[in-house]
Write a protein that binds this ligand. Structure first.
Ligand SMILES: [Zn+2]
Length: 158
């Protein structure tokens, strides 16, 4: 099977040091598990059970994981880490910005402005019309300045 066609199905699990990378992968729509509480054993077991690729800077973790798919990140900077992962797994054409919650990894749902109007600041209410909500943690997303900033930092990748 063509690797490219499968990239959208790729799912990741990151080690405890890769929090910022996790956020950016989620921002780009990729299913990415991350927790600062994960233990190595847990990461390996979850990767095995859920067919996830382990992304880590820990050589020993990958060695322990044996034949489970993994990638050893070289850079210590999240933007370069993201570039590494994008190149390694050919993710560029599979990006779906803001389709997944940055804090908890759940797929976002469209939500009407009326439903959440009381939670928005006046300016947000005035200038934006389309919103998404995380069904898991209830966080609300819209294409405001936060969105623009993150898009800018991804511009060289996309
Ligand atoms: Zn969430």
């Amino acid at each position: 099977m063509d690797h490219r066609e499968n990239a959208t199905e790729l799912r990741f699990i990151l080690d405890v040091h890769l929090g910022r990378l996790a956020k950016y992968l989620r921002l780009c729509g990729f299913d990415t598990l991350f927790s600062t509480l994960f233990e190595d054993r847990e990461i390996i077991e979850t990767a095995r059970l859920e067919d996830r690729v382990i992304i880590t800077r820990d050589r020993l973790l990958l060695k322990t994981a044996g034949d489970i798919a993994g990638y050893l990140v070289k850079s210590q900077y999240h933007d370069e880490q993201l570039r590494e992962v994008f190149e390694k797994f050919e993710l560029k054409n599979h990006v779906r910005l803001f389709s997944r919650c940055i804090s908890c990894n759940s797929p976002l749902e469209d939500v009407s402005k009326e439903e959440i109007a009381d939670r928005l600041l006046a300016d947000t209410r005035k200038y934006f019309s389309s919103f998404r909500r995380c069904p898991q943690c209830d966080r609300i997303y819209w294409e405001g300045s936060h969105y623009e900033n993150m898009k800018k930092s991804l511009a060289s990748l996309l």
